[in-house]
Design a protein around this ligand. Sequence first.
Ligand code: PRP
Ligand code: URA
Length: 208
Amino acid sequence: MQVKVIDHPLIQHKLTLIRDIRTGTKDFRELLEEIAMLMAYELTRDLPLEEIEVETPVAKCRAKVLAGKKISVVPILRAGLGMVSGVLQLIPAAKVGHIGVYRDPQTLKPVEYYCKLPPDVCEREVIVIDPMLATGGSSVAAIDMLKRGGAKQIKLMCLVAAPEGVKVVNDAHPDVEIYTAAVDECLNDHGYIVPGLGDAGDRIFGTK
Ligand code: PRP
Ligand code: URA
């Protein structure tokens, strides 16, 4: 199973709070944004640097800056929207694409309904974001859409993953690195992650 679990104590603490059934919409949103920001810090660890000359009040020196790698952040609607602002706090210049996929509640199969990507997506490193990786159908569909749109370098960032979903994404897209804060036990008969956190979209937007 190819997946990077980001087990930073702050992320794990906030994840526990977000799982809690008693956590209401306002706190859920704030925690998700905070976790997304902390995860983005880990995801961007390998960004290339270059040296420039800078003059401090004391002396001139060579110092490192980001080499200007272009990044695109692509939330899977709707729940992925809850992580966008956290990621953009760290990567404010990133362009934001949107992919609309929902999971049919009966078949659990992904249904694609929207796609708007930056025109130069093929030159960008794409970070796909969605808090939940359950059966993997939605993520695979989103990555398929991105690749059809020309994206070549893709990472998937989620909050909670099921082992079944990790395998499905690994098998369909072995080139895509998956980052998550937790790999949970399994899926239940309704395709929900156990223990998971329930329906992420409903908890973010207060629709249940
Ligand atoms: C949720 C979640 C993922 C998907 C995961 O979205 O945000 O996109 O389910 O399930 P999968 O791995 O089995 O495909 P949902 O379909 O509930 O749509 P929403 O975000 O619009 O609520
Ligand atoms: N989508 C969610 O929002 N939660 C799950 O546990 C599975 C799919």
